[in-house]
Design a protein around this ligand. Sequence first.
Ligand code: SF4
Length: 205
Amino acid sequence: MTRTPAVGQWRASALSQDRVADYQPFGMVDGEGVRCSLYVSGCPFACDGCFNEAAWSFRYGVPFDDALADRIAADLAHEAVQGLSLLGGEPFLGTGVCLRVVRRLRAEHGRAKDVWCWTGYTFEELLAEVADGQDDKAELLSELDVLVDGRFELAQRDLTLAFRGSRNQRVLDVPASLAAGRAVPRAGVVDAVPVGAGVDGVAVP
Ligand code: SF4
């Protein structure tokens, strides 16, 4: 059964093993344009119907290391690449890995490349985590351009949605949402283009 944590209950410092489930460069599924997708290991939300159960374990996959960091940076530098996509697992519980990649991207490209992130937390839950003093979640949220939020809900599954798998999930403009203090949908997201899209951004096998 899908879990809902209390504020502050789940922290990367206690859970993350700094491992990644997968890395896919030059894809066109996980967001707009050509993207490099990093899937971190570990997700305790345990949504019914999740297509990536193998990545629930924080010990799944391989350690994130300097070689992978360099490879991602080199791929992101390609002129055809629009940006980075962070998926899971749960990126907000893999902040050690995600922040390393995002900080380097911002240092090397500023805002010329965008960052999309898929999370099981809702935007409102993340604001509560930030208010609880979790600086890693706050920093990651502040670096995002787009957040696809919320647990996958099997009863609301809809494969006509763009970039998400169930109707409760939202595609949010993060800078606008942070400025407004409430969830602001990203403009221009058109549904009914589901080919290849998956649950929580994880490609359907
Ligand atoms: S659908 Fe997403 S949030 Fe839910 S268990 Fe799977 S990876 Fe975690």
